[in-house]
Design a binder for this molecule. Sequence first.
Ligand SMILES: *Cc1c(COP(=O)(O)O)cnc(C)c1O
Length: 542
Amino acid sequence: MASSKSYLSTRGGSSGFSFEDTVLKGLAADGGLFIPEAVPVLHAGWETAWSAHSFQELAFEIFSLFISPEEIPPADLRELIERSYATFRVPEVTPLVTLRGNDRLHLLELFHGPTFAFKDVALQFVGNLFEYFLERRNRDKPAEEREALTVVGATSGDTGSAAIYGLRGKKDISVFILHPKGKISPIQEAQMTSVLDRNVHNLAVVGTFDNCQDIVKELFADSEFNARHKLGAVNSINWARILAQIVYYFHSYFALTASYPGARPRFVVPSGNFGDILAGHFAKRMALPMDKLVVATNENDILDRFWRSGRYEVHTADGSEAGGIPADGSKAHPSGVKETLSPAMDILVSSNFERLLWYLAFQADTAPTDDTSTRQAAAGAKVRALMTSLKQNGGFAVTDAMLQLARADFGSERVSDDETVDTIRTIYRTSDNPCYVLDPHSAVGVTATLRHIKAVETAGEPATHQISLSTAHPAKFSHAVDLALKGIEGYNFADVLPEEFMELAVAEKRVENVAAAESGLVKAAIERLLAGEKAAATAVAE
Ligand SMILES: *Cc1c(COP(=O)(O)O)cnc(C)c1O
């Protein structure tokens, strides 16, 4: 029987995984991503029963649908949730604010966690989950037999700090985050390097972000090094991250319908790796009432091009092949990614898109009369073929039936840097909250909502309620915010700076320099720092 508490790989290679396996492995052995074998069916009356729930209570109800109580007993799950969201600065965890009541435009603020970006919602929980599973595996084991996990990742900013804050101080876990020395924003660098917990290590590598990513890939591919240190990742494909993000779709729906009964919102999501909006897709499959999910991309627009054409193809924003130099001479990464004002969405391919593909293939390309496992196997085979084509030919096209299904659930918009800046300015001047400052990622989403407002106005249709997801605090992206607002009377960037950021400037920092982008140097640094951690721990124990 297909269960929502047991997991399979999108490439069809394996099934029957527990939630714990899914979380600790991250990626399936066949290269696929984990999804639940079935989407849970909500009990009748869920809407009334859950309508007054807090974020934490909703998280408990939703997580319980995807995690067997034999794996995590309910009391433990509640405790994990409480601890994960106690680090947020507001009681609602993810508050909904109305930007313009007349236009039915609302903003879901996801940036009230420790690093001021939406990734905290997932990574605060994932860090506690890792620790929980390891603690249980290590219970009653003598010190020398304890399983330890070494989390390694590369960052150009946002993910690294959220991972560090999720894992700081966790027992039996060490975390190493590589960043290109001097090439990330000063705020993000300070956020990471001011975390002084003994298990946290920042490696500043002389090189580029691509160098850092390549080194991390090399470490994972080195089976001997990997096995010796039990490498783990917290990248955006971990199922637990998607799961945690489902909660705020429900939470914001209830916040909206408390004021506007019967509303079926349109959710607009600034997208890069497709993790945030994929959580919305699960909410929709679980029957959360909504109009559509709208993908909003910046000029790295592989997703927008897919919804327009049915083709998923890697190429740069200006149409050149990946790795080529844009004809207009604009700034492009050597990898072919275009550098925009919303850097956390600068991607060539969206890693979580594979999960949506599986559902499209399952529904469109298999006969509903076949039994579930036959259909699952067929969907897995289809996804495997498409991903092979992506790797070998740089792209693929889906069938008409798959594209129709994708368009039934999703809309899509592409937003330029100029429009992003305009929107920050427009909202500053015209929101119901005087002088509301958007960050550039959130502004990509809001640009898409403004287009929709204009379109329905022109057509003479009634306005839909729109919930636009706000993924970062504006203080993290001073460059874009200043571009938009500098010179406007009354605007002063210092006014948007939270107290925590002022303290960062003078905080004590710890960082390990790596003199060249060579995996050998990084391996040596990791082994030396791990040995240091162990020695310090023994000293304390004695
Ligand atoms: C990661 C990130 C995004 C993109 O989210 P995906 O899940 O990758 O689509 C958008 N905005 C900010 C600020 C982010 O950090």
